[in-house]
Design a protein around this ligand. Sequence first.
Ligand SMILES: [Zn+2]
Length: 286
Amino acid sequence: MSKRKNLTKQQRQQVYNKYNGHCAYCGCELEYKDMQVDHLIPLNDWNNSHTDEELWSMDNLMPSCRLCNHYKRSYTLEHFREAIEKIPFKLNRDSYIYRVGVKYGIVNPNENRITFFFEKDTTGQKIKHYRHQAGFTQEQLGELSGINAICIARYETNKTEPTLPQLNKLAKALNIDTAQLVEIYSVNKDKNNSNKSIFLKENIENIVNEKVTVAELMIKQRKNIGLTGKQLSEITGINHGLIRQYETGRSIPKEYNCFKIASALNIDTQYFLLICAYDSYVIQKE
Ligand SMILES: [Zn+2]
């Protein structure tokens, strides 16, 4: 068994930033202080097929909430998935109260397959996930959205990146919000997709040269269209305190909020997403 090691503060911060403050498994938002560091390939790797170096590499360290970390224990990812999928069966076997709940329809067990948060990390993975959830084949989604099934296959394998109008069509066909399909915090882990990296890099260079931050852009644009912070909060449904945090640079909007703010402030969504991605990238580097 590999020995426990203490991570440096910088390493812990790097783990926290991997999914931008989310638990890698369930996707809940984590406070830095509450984050537990889980090993994707567990440490008690009995057949010793992994080196210490692999087990302690950044790829194997996952930010996790207490519940997920505790339940995953020394499971491999597939065992963990199976254990969660079996929960309704286990409860049905062991809990009399659960059976009463099911009988009265207050509890609704299902046989959903589990997809972990980090597996839905790219736009392609997200499209695939929501397509499965809706029970469509690529051809069916193609017909519904008016987008060629071959294109959809390419999106799902991250070979090409859908444009925003295409994402809108897909989201509409899948009956979800476009925001649910957008990936933003991928700037520095996108090694395989060079086209996209170039696109991001060029845009980011512009952003760097113009030195626009999320906070500045929000304040400027909000004043331009004559809104108070409180009004922006009302329009977007985002807590006023959180808006203030964004406007003082203490926090960066996450994807759903990015969409709401960009649309309320009439900012190009992709541009705003990029600035948010860049700002969080800068924070990661610091
Ligand atoms: Zn979790």
